[in-house]
Write a protein that binds this ligand. Structure first.
Ligand SMILES: NC(=O)c1ccc[n+]([C@@H]2O[C@H](COP(=O)([O-])OP(=O)(O)OC[C@H]3O[C@@H](n4cnc5c(N)ncnc54)[C@H](OP(=O)(O)O)[C@@H]3O)[C@@H](O)[C@H]2O)c1
Length: 262
């Protein structure tokens, strides 16, 4: 069991939803926090509610040029980086046939390349420390495709391939890797999701409305990190889809066909 007390935990997407809930839950664990996302004002609001040492580092996951410099700033400030939680991301609500390639690329840029680039900026620091824990927030859509999620699902599958390879390679440096597969979580993810033309979907979908709270998801993630779990699954009854898909793929697709992507 790994302890998080006094550990330096860097969370992306910390301005809302799961990332914000993770920040508050990490305070209870006694961690020191680095909070990132694009909206500095919202990060400041989150930091005000955190009774611990906080460094705010605004960043855009689609602009990876500053990541090495940001990682250096964390080490200058705190002396180490113990946990990086690649949580920031956007979703999609459009059929593949109606989705422009620009939207496909945007999803990959933010969800996949953003996380991969930040991880590569942090990796030499963790290798030198001979310790660290990398966490990637994938999705149930990183286990199986779903309606209106072609680009999103592709970006979340990509994360799985990247971090599973990394786990094998970095074991020798005592760097751990956990991949998180949330189901439906009640956050702003559907409001912020992109339609096929790049406009915001701007709707709270029924799936999210009926989802678990971001606080419950954060608790599941932290429990999984502390137990060094390779895979952390968090959600309501939809999470059983992983098992049903593996054991009874035909039945699974009969069930999935009747579901709505919204
Ligand atoms: N909610 C769900 O049902 C669900 C299910 C499975 C997986 N997930 C995953 O969980 C993660 C968190 O999502 P959420 O549900 O908490 O949604 P959310 O409330 O919309 O939060 C998304 C976070 O990502 C940040 N972000 C978005 N684009 C960014 C960019 N270009 N650069 C930097 N930060 C960016 C946002 O901050 P700024 O706007 O300030 O940049 C925000 O803090 C995502 O990776 C999502 O795919 C969510």
């Amino acid at each position: 069991m790994s302890e998080l007390k006094n550990k330096v935990v860097w969370i992306t997407g910390a301005s809302s939803g799961i990332g914000q809930a993770l920040a508050f839950a990490m305070v209870k664990e006694g961690a020191k926090l680095v909070l990132s996302s694009r909206r500095e004002q919202e990060l400041n609001e989150v930091a005000k509610k955190c009774s611990c040492e906080v460094l705010i580092l605004p960043l855009d996951l689609s602009d990876q040029s500053k990541f090495n410099n940001l990682a250096k700033q964390v080490v200058e400030h705190f002396g180490s980086i113990d946990v990086l939680i690649n949580n920031g991301g956007i979703s999609q609500r459009s059929e593949a046939a109606q989705t422009s390639l620009e939207v496909d690329r945007k999803l990959m840029e933010v969800n996949y390349f953003g996380a991969a680039a930040l991880t590569k900026a942090v990796l030499p620091i963790m290798q030198k420390q001979k310790s660290g824990h990398l966490v990637a927030i994938s999705s149930l859509s990183g286990k199986f495709g779903f309606f209106l999620r072609s680009a999103y699902s592709a970006s979340k599958f990509a994360l799985v391939g990247f971090y599973e390879s990394l786990r094998l390679e970095e074991e020798k440096n005592n760097i751990k890797v956990s991949i998180v597969f949330p189901g439906f979580v009640h956050t702003n993810i559907s409001q912020n999701a992109l339609s096929g033309d790049g406009q915001k979907h701007a709707k709270l979908d029924n799936n999210q409305k009926g989802g678990i709270s971001s606080e419950k998801c954060a608790r599941d993630i932290i429990r999984g990190i502390k137990k060094d779990k390779h895979e952390i699954i968090s959600g309501g009854s939809e999470k059983w889809g992983i098992l049903v898909n593996r054991l009874f793929p035909n039945l699974f697709y009969r069930i999935l066909r009747k579901k709505s992507g919204e």
